[in-house]
Design a protein around this ligand. Structure first.
Ligand code: DGJ
Length: 750
């Protein structure tokens, strides 16, 4: 619900999950509250808390400004910075007006959340009421900001449009999408500095590890300058109150719907108040706004949860699955696939694809994906990106012929592409050497022997759109894996004027989004999966166009526990690609049983990435059984509520870190997934407590599962017992890397 009281200058957005209260004071827009829902919107009695006591602090420095600006006495990271044509960097925004739009509108050219039409709202969905827009303006410079707020299924979507209403150009230097400057109310006996900061850090093949550190007085910056959200940090941060854990305590989180360079910052400021921000990275993004022009910042999503990190994740999962992904696949079960990459790498041809397809069909796999190496002279990673035509030696019957054969074998056909890249050794580069990002007089830095096409250029965008449409029309292609295997250097465009070069990275993203929009809309039945050397662009921006992402190039089951666990903080399991690969694993050399590998992959969109013909007869039979199991369970793993139970990170003691557990639940069923990393001597049988069950309902473990431990057989359990007493973690055998899945069904009382 959006309540506006312009006479008292109060705006109150509220729903079952939160209240967000803004109030105007002396023309300035203040953020007075974000937290559990409250009825009283007038919080003006708090204003004395923000009085300045010293001549060294300008009044605005103390204020919880909704949009802190550069140059006018706010001595922290600004959310908005602008330089006028006279070189003046002062921006002072004052409230002008507001309006409430009946619907949430899409952001032009950018991915964003949508509110479902009333008729399509699910039973449990809160009513989301349009959008509150508040207009602020600097009368002197003519820079105006329209701030938009929409409640989307228990979360707050926030975006900002900047408009130059003056006759002279304005240079935008800081453009954050959301900030939290609010005074928190820490539990008694603690201060804001006792909050902790949670973010997702990593690198290639070890993405999104959960990092939780005390919130310092020194500013923490979480960022990417790479022209991609990156493997290293994710455009997300959360603040956890002292003692908050998976199931209890206050969490404030920000996530950005954007796939390029970003910056998030967190700090306890000098009067013990927290400051959080998220948006475009000022190191990589400036924008010249000519008279009359508009600039739209990416959308940020704010989440408040008072039942811990799992509740935060439930909110993110719901909006990113149900209100972000546009693909018709968002709510559909995904096909079990086999990808040839780790089976053959570049050494792929029709014969090998068909051998994989035939065995895959026998065990029930539904989709075959031909990965890198099928085009141009692509025998290794030194050439041919940009030459998107079949290699006639590898594919004598072309893509169309191969797709037909794969279809005849009973599988759908999918294809790998990397359309944003260009190899210096390619026909495309020889024809268009200026189509890549490059700076005059400087080395064109290569990464994986390739350069990046300059997607800020319309002719390059058109080329990619045309090429992709041509490929997709040329054969019966049901799936596309859209890869991107390096980050930006020399973010400079041959077509841009000097004063606009700092716009190249954002113009690239706008170009990419245009390309993705056109290609995915033209082929609505195709399932698209994004990828960037695994999870180097696992963000909400990409999920808008492509409902799933290849989570990591690390397919080792034990490493995947951490990667999938960390990813789940923000992104739903239905967004994660997860494959069973060979043992020993190609990234870490670890040997694991097929049961461990499959039990981990069941936690995402399940597939294989190995040569099935090299499996033993027993393992192939096990693979076939898993495919059947996945088909039975995937409604639950893709659409059920995912909760984390035991963490592989920073556990209080060795034992706890050694065990990992999560669950998927809907009204009827609960799938418990438990993992033990290392075997223990004389082991103690630990218990794990389930969550999200009806305490009074009765549940029974699925006894058709031959691996079910005997103690569960012939029994029913109340939800209360499963949640309070817990489930014993019993593993088969005494060995490292064990797993066990248990499916509980809700049963009727006898
Ligand atoms: C990186 C991807 O993450 C891999 O799965 C594979 O597609 C390779 N690129 C192919 O070059």
């Amino acid at each position: 619900m959006i309540n506006a009281d312009p006479k008292r200058g109060i705006f109150h957005l509220t729903c079952e999950e939160f209240s967000y209260i803004l109030q105007i004071k002396d023309g300035r827009l203040l953020q007075l509250y974000f937290g559990a829902p409250i009825a009283d919107a007038d919080l003006s009695y708090l204003l004395p808390c923000f009085a300045s006591g010293s001549s060294f602090n300008q009044p605005v420095h103390h204020l919880p400004l909704e949009l802190p600006t550069l140059g006018s006495g706010w001595y922290g990271e600004p959310a908005l910075g602008a330089i006028g044509s006279d070189g003046n960097n002062v921006t002072e925004l004052r409230y002008q007006d507001y309006k409430i739009l009946p619907h949430k509108e899409d952001l032009p050219g950018l991915p964003s959340l949508s509110q479902p039409p009333t008729a399509m709202r699910g039973q449990n969905e809160t009513k989301d009421d349009g959008t509150l827009q508040i207009l602020l303006k600097d009368e002197l410079t003519g820079l105006a900001a329209v701030l938009s707020y929409s409640i989307v299924s228990g979360t707050l979507a926030r975006s900002m449009e900047l408009i130059n209403t003056s006759d002279a150009p304005i240079k935008l230097t800081h453009m954050a999408s959301a900030t939290l400057t609010l005074p928190l109310l820490p539990p008694a006996g603690s201060g804001d500095s006792d909050y902790s900061l949670i973010h997702l850090q990593g690198n290639w093949a070890r993405e999104r590890r959960v990092v939780r550190t005390p919130l310092g007085r020194a500013e923490t910056k979480i960022e990417s300058q790479r022209g991609a959200s990156g493997h290293e940090e994710n455009p997300f941060l959360a603040l956890a109150a002292p003692g908050a854990d998976e199931n209890s305590g206050d969490i404030y989180a920000l996530s950005l719907i954007y796939s390029g360079s970003f910056q998030a910052s967190a700090q306890v400021r000098d009067f013990d108040n927290v400051y959080l921000s998220i948006g475009l990275n000022p190191l990589t993004h400036n924008w010249l706004l000519e008279s009359g022009e508009h600039f739209v910042c990416p959308e940020a999503v704010l989440v408040y949860a008072n039942r811990g990190l799992n509740q935060m994740s439930h909110l993110f999962h719901r909006i990113y699955r149900d209100h972000l992904c546009r693909s018709k696949w968002a709510g559909m079960e995904r096909p079990v696939l086999i990808n040839n990459w780790e089976a053959t790498y570049f050494d792929i041809n029709e014969e090998k694809v068909m051998a994989l397809a035939k065995t895959a069909a026998k065990i029930g796999v539904e989709l075959l994906v031909m990965d890198d190496g099928w085009f141009g002279n692509r025998f290794d990673d030194h050439r041919s990106l940009g030459d998107w035509y079949e290699n006639p030696i590898k594919l004598p019957h072309g893509l169309a012929g191969l797709a037909k054969k794969v279809n005849q074998a009973g599988l759908k056909f999918g294809l790998w592409v990397e359309p944003e890249m260009i190899s210096p050794d390619s026909d495309l580069y020889r024809a268009h050497p200026d189509w890549c990002l490059h700076a005059p007089g400087r080395t064109r830095t290569e990464g994986r022997n390739q350069l990046i096409l300059d997607l800020s250029r319309e002719d390059v965008q058109d080329f990619i759109i045309h090429t992709m449409k041509h490929i997709l029309n040329s054969a019966n292609i049901a799936y596309i894996k859209w890869d991107m295997n390096r980050n930006m250097t020399e973010s400079f465009s041959a077509l841009q004027t000097p004063e606009r070069q700092m716009e190249t990275q954002h113009r690239y993203m706008l170009g990419l989004y245009r390309v993705l929009d056109e290609v995915t809309s033209a082929f609505p039945d195709v399932l698209f999966e994004s990828c960037s050397g695994g999870g180097g662009r696992f963000d909400a921006g990409m999920l808008y166009y492509m409902p799933q992402t290849w989570t990591s190039d690390d397919t080792d089951a034990v490493e995947r526990l951490k990667i999938q666990y960390g990813t789940s903080l923000v992104y739903p399991a239905s967004a994660m690609g997860a494959h069973v690969s060979a043992s020993p694993n190609h990234q870490v050399g670890r040997k694991t049983d097929i049961s461990m590998r499959a039990d981990v992959a069941i936690g995402g969109n399940f597939g294989f990435e190995l040569d099935l013909d090299k499996l033993s007869r027993e393992d192939l039979a096990a693979a076939r059984d898993y495919v059947a199991k996945v088909k039975k369970l995937r409604h639950l793993t893709s659409q059920g509520t995912f909760s984390r139970l035991l963490s592989p990170f920073d556990a209080p003691n060795y034992r706890a870190a050694n065990y990992v557990a999560w669950q998927f639940a809907d009204q009827q069923d609960l799938l418990l997934c438990i993992y033990r990393v290392l075997s223990e001597p004389n082991p103690f049988i630990h218990r794990v407590r389930l969550t999200d069950l009806d305490p009074n309902a009765l549940y029974q473990a699925d006894e058709t599962d031959p691996s079910l431990p005997a103690c569960f057989k012939g029994r029913t359990f109340t939800g209360a017992a499963l949640m309070q007493v817990g489930v014993p973690m019993i593993f088969k055998g005494q060995q490292d890397f064990c797993s066990q899945l248990i499916l509980f069904h809700r049963v009727k009382e006898k």
